[in-house]
Design a protein around this ligand. Structure first.
Ligand code: 5GP
Length: 202
């Protein structure tokens, strides 16, 4: 059997800056594939179908649930979000590394099924700063901002079971920390057993 890729799961409350940090990692390490989730929410300005999300209708989402296409799915802020089992397994089984951006409830389900995954939680510098960032994004109503902030507060409690924590006080530093986590995981002895055997043989 070929060697499976490294699977990194990143979670953070909305507005913590997770997408920017993940984008930096993907730009610096183009060998990492991004797991594109399905969602029933409307695309935001600048979002691209098939790159940021697969944007589908609620009916199509329901059909995919019925066909057991998702390793996990949730209803979040009135919209459905789900991760396709096949898309993920195709990447990992081919030995490619995979990055998934997902909220903590979904991440917990992934942890049960993909036990060797690495879990990273990105924290905003402070709760006040988080609220400011949510307000600054400008694409949501006051009601939606309030609801995202309330959810963020409960998501922060999930930090306890993650493997790594990044405080996003500065984007550059936070992105470097995610990169450092990735590189350190790639250098773990357990992941390199075959390579070490080959090396000793030579
Ligand atoms: P947004 O609407 O801001 O893009 O995403 C809202 C939340 O849904 C974020 O916390 C994001 O990580 C999460 N999310 C995105 N894709 C998935 C998914 O496939 N499954 C789950 N459980 N959450 C997701």
């Amino acid at each position: 059997m070929s060697k499976k890729g490294l699977f990194i799961v990143v979670s953070a409350p909305s507005g913590a800056g997770k997408s920017s940090i993940c984008q930096r990692l993907l730009m610096a390490c183009p060998e990492i594939k991004f797991s594109v989730s399905y969602t029933s929410r409307e695309p935001r300005p600048g979002e691209i179908n098939g790159k940021d999300y697969h944007f589908i209708s609620r009916d199509e989402f329901q059909e995919r649930i019925d066909q057991n296409e998702f390793v996990e799915w949730i209803e979040n802020y009135g919209n459905l979000y789900g991760t396709s089992i096949k898309a993920m397994d195709d990447i990992l089984e081919n030995g490619k590394d995979l990055l998934l951006d997902i909220e903590p409830r979904g991440a917990k389900k992934i942890k049960q099924k993909y036990k060797k995954s690495i879990f990273v939680f990105v924290l905003p510098p402070s709760r006040i700063e988080l609220l400011k960032r949510l307000e600054k994004r400008g694409h949501e109503t006051d009601e939606a901002i309030k609801s995202r902030f309330a959810q963020a507060e409960s998501e922060l409690k999930e930090v306890s079971w993650y493997d790594y924590i990044i405080f996003n006080e500065d984007l550059e530093t936070a992105a470097n920390e995610l990169m450092a986590i990735y590189v350190a995981e790639k250098c773990k002895r357990n992941r390199l057993k075959d390579k070490i055997k080959e090396y000793i043989k030579k």
